[in-house]
Ligand binder design. Sequence first.
Ligand code: AMP
Ligand code: MG
Length: 417
Amino acid sequence: MRTGIEVEEARRRVLDGAQPLPAEVVATADALGRVLAEPIASTRTLPPADCSAMDGYALRADDLTGATRAAPRRLRVGFEVPAGRSAPRPLGPGEAARIFTGAALPVGADSVVMQEDVEATDGEVACFAAPAPGEHVRPAGEDVRAGEVVLAAGTRLGAAQLGVLASLGRTVARVHRRPRVAILSGGDELVEPDEDASGGRIVASNAYSLAAQCAEAGALALNLGIARDTREELERGITAGLAADVLVSSAGVSVGDHDHVRPVLEKLGCRLDFFGVLMKPGYPLTFGRFDDGRGPLVFGLPGNPVSAMVTFELFVRPLLLRLAGHRVLTRPVVRATLGETLRKKPGRLHFVRVALARDGERFVARSTGNQSSGVLRSMTLAQGLLVFPAAATELAAGASAEVHVLDPDVLAAPEPR
Ligand code: AMP
Ligand code: MG
């Protein structure tokens, strides 16, 4: 087991060999945010036939050659094509057909004039301009041609993709399975939120924030509850999570007398890959795996609420995204100007909780307050994590630094007042 490694190395080790989970079939209506495990080739041509883009009259462009406002051409209106119907017969010479948006052009017609550009009088239309052939016509296959791959495997399904699947008649889709994450809280002091939290007891809030982080990453969280600081209880808890894809245990990973997580994991056959990442908050992060993939990927997160959330954000989230089939595993990163001077001791990289304000084209970052790893309040205000490099001791006001954006709303242009 490696100890005290850099953030980048820890990330590499976590993602090493991780592959998207096998596929499952889900209803298209439930597939928002999932990642396609198959390419979608169309069995349909869309639109299936040349059809009208306007309410108006379908005709032959040739029949209107030379038409002007001063010298309109008159065409007989032979029949009507309502949306969703096909024409009763081909269009004859010198003839127009009343047509509505989306209706298939009659055989023989090659263009459409808008109803605004004609004068209709009993059974006839007077046309004031000659359309170009193809005008106001949506040609067959303009959107999709039969046989064409419309969505590649690996595509993230958003609103437009679900609409395309529906129009291809695909009511189900094969997508990568969502990772299942078992969450275990460990500590003698921990209670549930509705229990008495006086006298040194602490609410096991990590189960709530970590489950929410799982959900935000598209994973399914299973709360295993609280295990006391005994080997027996931890072993029972961890064993309950062995069927998950990922096991996240919070607390008990340091080197204190009551920190039994690591020895219990090893006893159960988990090979610890690393302990300790040179960062703050979150140094005591532990990661391990079972040989031959016969168990979950295991994270022992530090117990402090901010350390747990930040290490989840940096290491667990990218893994969950990879397992679900996503290709982009990182947050947007912006360069922000420091709105105030930040200081720290040299040695470890710090992720500083910051609020981001837009100032024209720039972002200005300010600390959200007390950066102690127990102060979850400053996490509630954090829109980003600012990277304060390991060797640096000061980032002066006005200097710039990278910020991992947690809240994409900060990228949006401000509303005009
Ligand atoms: P530990 O990692 O066990 O030394 O815990 C560090 C700090 O995090 C202690 O103050 C714990 O009470 C707190 N803590 C541990 N587990 C949780 C949890 N599940 N939710 C909230 N705080 C916790
Ligand atoms: Mg503890």
